[in-house]
Design a protein around this ligand. Structure first.
Ligand code: SAM
Ligand code: SF4
Ligand code: SF4
Length: 367
């Protein structure tokens, strides 16, 4: 029998091994990268596993029953995640998003939420702690997550039509269960909920208006995300992207919409409101309007690698430093140096050639 070739493994094992610092630098919260961008957001992937096989993220042909997910021994423990989160906060992080894979599949996730919810920002404010989920088990988990200290949640939902949704999640998962999860989360105190729809031309773009109609007036905020060339398994083509401008035009024709001011400078989603005042929607134009100049996000993978961009090809192995006994000061100095050297701006330089490069997978690093 010949060994199966698993193309994704390469990207996951390629790691940069940052040297331990001798002379320590105290974090002052003023860290900036080479393009002047501060470090404000940390996305933490807590598992690379998922119960869905969304065709644009974990196509079944690659993520099949033989696919080798990370073994449990490789994962950062909740204590290690919390320790690193605290160090990132000292550098200026104010918002943490838990993601995956499907984060609610990580056992006892509530315990991690509880540990992170206790952390405060440098100036003593509560951390903005949130989570992105496919909603499949949110109905069961919402109350315990709120009790653990979660305040916000984003649910991914790509269609209202059951047949379209099942085709996209590719595991026959019914849309009603996700809708119930959203309502359970709202009832548990997580409202207003952001609902993210990835739009792929010819696959679910006819769901734009029905989904908008469903959430219009509900208080929840539906956001449309351009299909991106993350990873190297989803067969991305520019023709599959529905530009946000087209999404807005379709919504305008159906309901009438007008532009709203950004909540804060550098906000990723462009905000739109229904002309009749019945709520808000957002568009995230990751492909047609790059927002790299405002990108303040770092990403920590399930096994402790630090990535500086969603489209990165290599991560910095922090786990080996953590497991090797590095002190907080040493870790903080290393993280500060890595961020200061950052110059990533993939979406601004995307080209035919970069699209073909091998990159880490979305299900590995999280959205
Ligand atoms: N499993 C969770 C979920 O689906 O919400 C969290 C992880 S998932 C990787 C995070 C987000 O990335 C989801 O909203 C998903 O739709 C989005 N996503 C995955 N692949 C994408 C792609 N190629 N382009 C745009 N968004 C993508
Ligand atoms: Fe799973 Fe989320 Fe990827 Fe879908 S988008 S396969 S739910 S990780
Ligand atoms: Fe940030 Fe990279 Fe996305 Fe640009 S392409 S916004 S640098 S994650």
């Amino acid at each position: 029998m010949t060994d199966r070739i698993i193309p994704l493994l390469d990207e996951r094992v390629v790691a940069i091994h940052p040297p331990l610092a001798r002379d320590l630098e105290a974090p002052d919260g003023l860290l900036a990268d080479r393009l002047g961008r501060p470090l404000r957001d940390l996305r933490i992937s807590v598992t690379d596993r998922c119960n869905f096989r969304c065709t644009y993220c974990m196509p079944k042909e690659v993520f099949d029953p033989d696919y080798r997910f990370l073994p449990h021994a490789d994962l950062l423990s909740f204590e290690q995640i919390t320790r690193l989160a605290r160090i990132f906060i000292e550098h200026g992080v104010e918002k943490i998003r838990l993601t995956g894979g499907e984060p609610l599949l990580r056992r006892n996730l509530e315990r991690l939420v509880e540990m992170l919810a206790r952390l405060t920002t440098r100036d003593g404010r509560p951390l903005d702690l949130t989570l992105t989920t496919n909603g499949s088990i949110l109905g069961r988990k919402a109350r315990s997550l709120v009790e653990a200290g979660l305040r916000r949640v984003t649910v991914s939902l790509d269609a209202l039509d059951d047949a379209v949704f099942k085709r996209m999640n590719d595991v026959d998962f019914p849309v009603t269960d996700v809708l119930e999860g959203i309502e359970a989360a709202a009832a548990a105190g997580l409202a207003p909920i952001k609902v993210n729809m990835v739009v792929k031309r010819g696959v679910n773009d006819r769901e734009i208006v029905p989904l908008a109609r469903h959430f219009k007036g509900s208080g929840h905020i539906l956001r449309f995300i351009e299909f991106m060339d993350v990873g190297s398994t989803n067969g991305w083509k520019m023709d599959d992207v529905v530009p946000s401008a087209e999404v807005v035009a379709r919504l305008d024709a159906a309901f009438g919409v007008r532009a709203l001011d950004a909540n804060y400078s550098g906000e990723v989603a462009e905000r739109w409101g229904y002309a009749d005042g019945s709520g808000e929607i957002g568009v995230i134009s990751s492909v047609t309007r790059a927002f790299c100049s405002d990108c303040t996000r770092a990403r920590l993978s399930t096994e402790g690698k630090l990535y500086l961009c969603l489209f990165a090809q290599q991560g910095y192995d922090l786990r080996e430093l953590v497991r090797g006994g590095a002190s907080d000061g040493q870790l903080s100095t290393v993280i500060g140096r890595i961020w200061r050297a950052r110059a990533d701006r993939y979406s601004e330089i995307r080209s035919e050639a970069t699209v073909r490069e091998k990159k880490i997978e979305m299900s590995y690093i999280g959205g």
